[in-house]
Design a binder for this molecule. Structure first.
Ligand code: UDX
Length: 438
């Protein structure tokens, strides 16, 4: 099947490479010539395990091409819309301008029957508006059908999540559209991936609802951490106990500085804004509270750091281990780690940051921060070390040798990844939100 993928960010580049790996002929389209050049050479413009290999194979086989020309997509049977829907400046709503302009630009090229499939995360009710634009401006008119097929991939596991998803949600308006999408995903379906066929609105909601559930879970666990502090209890043991309940399960139960990244924060806000528009105020209120609790974790982390430093970060040298919004990624969008580092710096600390992958992006995003090439360089003479991204490299650090590098052996574990007993035995003061008097 000939498929176009419009927008080649985390989602589109991975989707294009995985479709090619499943035997389709794929053309990826993006307005950014640098990104297109890099992808055309078989390399991803970001860190994503396994993606370079897949891109390299696809490009070498000739089944996967990238271009800046939308006209190259004209002949495709299926067009996937994968452009970003960031937070609107000055508002909590989603900014759909990129998506709308891609649909407006694609429509004049659609002169034969085809399926346009939205994958971008959108407010419920977007698909019918795009369908109307396509109907009115595509030469093929009514022969252009729209479907919605949300993507649930996680950064750092994007290839695995795309090739072996937990489920496929197919939001379709007809049996032929359903058939086409089942052909696109034939390999995954043969492998037993469950398919949920829905209407367009339910498919749009499936994505924001999943992200809202995940965000709410993290915020709830962070609220429990706060109660633990007040009650002198231990949130790490508490989440172990909770996670063993099979109805709850152990995933997404890690407390700490909260969630970040290009999806959870902005999707939760956009969902709240859309719920408000739809006149469902109580759901909107709960979603806003999830966001408030999440952002508060960053402030609580800074307060704890200030307390450990004797009342204020001013004049202290501080090491921040982690800049990426999570381990396994070089993405620093809405990164809690970078946010905390920047605020400590703004409050007068001399902040030195290290991240195994996100150093360059951190430098670009926060030119004022000192980004160091290693843990040791970041920690040299530090009065406090903060572990703010859950990299395995940090969990496995040797507290004995690191104690010889710092000025004061004090660590704030913002992700609850350190083996506390081992660090305490090496002479460290270990602090964490949610750990009793910690
Ligand atoms: C998320 C969704 O998981 C994915 O389905 C969707 O397609 C895109 O958004 P991603 O942004 O890659 O994926 O990150 P995710 O793994 O969900 O983590 C989000 C944030 O939550 C990270 O900052 C992570 O550190 C934090 N997190 C995660 C916690 O604080 N605690 C946890 O228990 C789990």
């Amino acid at each position: 099947m000939l498929i176009s993928v419009v927008g080649t960010g985390y989602l589109g580049a991975t989707h294009a490479a995985c479709l090619a790996a499943c035997g389709h002929e794929v053309v990826g389209v993006d307005t950014d010539p640098d990104k297109v050049a890099r992808l055309s050479s078989g390399r991803a413009p970001f860190v994503e395990p396994g993606l370079d290999e897949l891109l390299g194979r696809g490009v070498a086989s000739g089944c996967l091409t990238f271009t800046t020309e939308l006209a190259a997509a004209a002949a495709a049977d299926v067009h996937f819309l994968c452009v970003g829907t960031p937070q609107m400046p000055g508002s909590h709503a989603a900014d759909l301008r990129a998506l709308e302009s891609v649909v407006a630009a694609l429509a004049p090229h659609l002169d034969r029957p085809c399926l346009v499939v939205g994958k971008s995360t959108v407010p419920v009710g977007t698909a019918p508006r795009l369908a109307q634009v396509l109907r009115e401006t595509a030469p093929a008119g009514d022969a252009v059908e729209i479907a919605w097929n949300p993507e649930f991939l996680r950064e750092g596991h994007a290839v695995e999540d795309s090739l072996h998803p937990d489920r496929l949600v197919l939001g379709v308006q007809s049996d032929p559209a359903d058939q086409v999408l089942r052909e696109v995903y034939a390999r995954a379906i043969v492998d037993g991936v469950p398919v949920v066929r829905t209407d367009l609105a339910t498919a749009e909601l499936a994505k924001v609802s999943a992200n809202a559930m995940l965000a709410a879970r993290i915020s709830l666990v962070n609220l429990l951490a706060e109660v633990c502090e007040a009650a002198d209890a231990d949130v790490a043991d508490l989440t172990t106990a909770l996670g063993l309940d099979r109805r709850i399960g152990p995933q997404f139960l890690r407390p700490g500085i909260g969630y970040g990244g290009g999806c959870l924060p902005k999707d939760t806000r956009a969902f709240a804004a859309r719920a408000e528009e739809l006149g469902v105020g109580v759901p909107a209120g709960l979603l806003r509270e999830v966001d408030t609790v999440n952002m508060r974790q960053r402030a609580r982390t800074i307060d704890l750091a200030a307390r450990v430093l004797g009342g204020s970060p001013r004049g202290h040298r501080v090491a921040v281990l982690g800049a990426a919004f999570k381990a396994g990624s070089d993405d620093v969008r809405d990164s809690p780690a970078l946010d905390v580092a920047g605020t400590l710096q703004a409050r007068g600390a001399d902040v030195h940051v290290y991240d195994p992958e996100a150093g360059d992006n951190a430098r670009r995003a926060r030119p004022g921060l000192r980004v160091e090439p290693s843990v040791e360089a970041a920690c040299r003479d530090a009065d406090l070390v903060l572990v703010l991204t859950e990299w395995e490299e940090f969990a496995g650090l040797d507290p004995v040798s690191l104690a010889a590098v710092v000025r004061t052996p004090a660590v704030l574990d913002g992700r609850l990844v350190l083996p506390v007993d081992k660090w305490r035995a090496a002479g460290w003061d270990v602090h964490a939100l949610g750990r009793g008097s910690g």
